[in-house]
Design a protein around this ligand. Structure first.
Ligand code: B1M
Length: 211
């Protein structure tokens, strides 16, 4: 079994103690940080499919998520580049009702690495909390909303609507997460959509430059 396959297998098995060492070994063996990240994401896909099939339950999903988080901790310094300039503040959070944060954390890492100061509101964030954060922080140029559940897509709609109707200006809104499509993002009035963390960082720079 290749090192990348081993990383994927042990993420699926939720081996929180083994995964960090395997990630380090994969790095030492010459695998790129993105390849290793992808192997963990592939592992989570298997976990999700097994959950859908009723073969595993929430506790197993949770332990796999913990294993992936431990692996990501090792990858973090290798994923994020050196920020060139200050592009302003980005408020990020997973929308109300949604507790998934691995993707949001990766998006935060990548957007932060392009030069934004990140303010991470965590998970299950009501729209009012996004508004408060814009008021509490200086130079907010971007609000980034993540959502992983089809059931919380409506919370994302509500969040974008609240942001756009708030009377506050000078910032753009980017959305993403597994069930979000470019069409849905446009329909709810977001300024941008990105399918993954790398693309989110690119889009973030692009839309903020246009302010
Ligand atoms: Co849940 N879960 N989960 N879960 N979970 C999914 C999402 C699911 C697809 C699994 C499945 O059934 N196949 C399914 C959703 C189905 C649907 O709505 N269509 C699901 C479900 C049903 C649930 C519960 C309802 C289960 C239950 O209780 N019966 C429950 C809901 C809890 C809640 O949120 N209220 C639940 C709970 C959990 C855990 C807590 C156990 C755990 C999360 C732990 C944590 O995050 N700390 C968990 C996990 C781990 C998953 C899966 C297996 C993995 C998610 C993940 O971290 N993927 C997931 C299945 C899957 O995704 N294949 C599943 C890796 C991560 C890197 O990818 O988050 O997609 P992702 O992020 C990507 C992109 O989406 C994008 O960039 C990232 C990659 O670069 N992206 C953005 C994300 N945010 C972005 C924002 C952007 C741009 C891009 O701009 C701002």
């Amino acid at each position: 079994m290749s090192k990348l396959e081993e990383v994927k297998t042990q993420v699926i098995a939720g081996k929180t103690k083994l995964v960090p060492g395997l990630v380090q070994e994969a790095l030492d063996g010459g695998s790129s940080p993105n390849e290793i990240l992808q192997s963990m994401i592939d592992g989570m896909k298997v976990v999700g499919d097994r959950f859908s099939a009723g073969e595993i339950f929430v506790p197993e999903m949770l332990i796999a998520a913990k294993a992936m988080k431990k692996g990501v901790e090792v990858l973090e310094p290798h994923l994020a580049g050196e920020a060139a300039a200050s592009l302003g503040t980005c408020i990020i959070g997973t929308v109300k009702g949604d507790l998934h944060d691995i993707g949001k954390n990766l998006v935060s890492l990548m957007i932060g690495s392009t030069g934004f100061t990140m303010v991470d509101l965590g998970v299950d964030v009501p729209s009012s909390r996004f508004i408060d954060a814009i008021k509490e922080n200086e130079n907010v140029k971007l609000v980034a909303c993540s959502g992983l559940l089809t059931t919380t897509m409506q919370a994302m709609r509500e969040t974008v609507k609240t942001l756009k109707n708030s009377g506050l200006t000078g910032f753009k809104v980017i959305v993403g997460g597994a069930p979000i499509t470019p069409g849905f993002a446009a329909e709810i009035g977001a300024d941008a959509y990105a399918p993954d963390a790398g693309a989110a960082a690119e889009k973030a720079k692009e839309i903020v430059a246009a302010i």
